[in-house]
Design a protein around this ligand. Structure first.
Ligand SMILES: C[S@@+](CC[C@H](N)C(=O)[O-])C[C@H]1O[C@@H](n2cnc3c(N)ncnc32)[C@H](O)[C@@H]1O
Length: 208
């Protein structure tokens, strides 16, 4: 399945990465998918398109993001939300009249799946502990890249792995965010989980 960009920004922008990612999801065909770090919602839309093709209406997508830059969030890496392409700037400012990095804009992008989605604005360090993980069977972890945040996110999702689900982490080996790799390596070792490093060390797939 082709990974589409929907005229927005996404971290899966390198050629083939998006398609590789969708193939990984397809192999497991999850029914309740959680994405930590939604950003403009491009991955969210692609996942919903895939799961709807596979399961009709029988899937749920839960997406969590800060959806804002603030003093409180300043230790987290938030990608540059400005477009270098002037057509995209004009499109969002004057035609859509939206900031694509908002929960409202992502809801709009996902509106054809409004009965299947649940978007949450908040910090994963506090929100993940409140989510019922018993039914979640796939997590795409692509939120905060700080060591403590990744450690917290992984710890909060352990039930998913223990119930035979999968956590797929993005940016495993990123030079400017070494805390991601450190947190994943420690987590896998401490819990004796299986971890596959995929796509030139971009993704780490953790399972039981
Ligand atoms: C790399 S982007 C996600 C890209 C998206 N998954 C995609 O495929 O296009 C990382 C996102 O994580 C969010 N984020 C960073 N720290 C967070 C935290 N502690 N809790 C929730 N979201 C966080 C940022 O706001 C940003 O939108």
């Amino acid at each position: 399945m082709k990974y589409k960009k929907y005229f927005r920004k996404t971290s899966l922008k390198q050629k083939g990465d998006g398609e590789f990612f969708l193939e990984e999801i397809k192999k497991k065909n999850p029914k309740i998918f959680l994405e930590v770090g939604v950003f403009h919602g491009v991955t969210a839309r692609n996942v919903c398109e895939l799961l709807s093709e596979l399961n009709g209406n029988n899937f749920q997508y839960i997406g969590l993001d800060l959806f804002e830059k603030s003093e409180e969030n300043k230790s987290e890496i938030i990608p540059n939300t400005n477009f270098s392409n002037p057509f995209k700037q004009i499109y969002f400012r004057y035609i859509k009249r939206q900031d694509p990095y908002t929960i409202e804009a992502v809801e709009d992008l996902l509106k054809k799946f409004q009965n299947n989605i649940h978007l949450i604005k908040g910090n994963s360090n506090s929100v993940l502990k409140k989510i019922d993980m018993t039914k979640v069977d796939y997590v795409f972890l692509d939120g905060g890249h700080d060591y403590n945040t990744v450690k917290n996110d992984l710890d909060s999702c352990s039930e998913v792995i223990n119930n035979d689900g999968t956590i797929l982490c993005d940016d495993y080996n990123l030079s400017y965010a070494p805390g991601v790799k450190k947190a994943i390596d420690e987590y896998v070792e401490n819990n004796n989980y299986k971890c596959e490093i995929l796509r030139n060390s971009r993704f780490a797939k953790i399972e039981k």
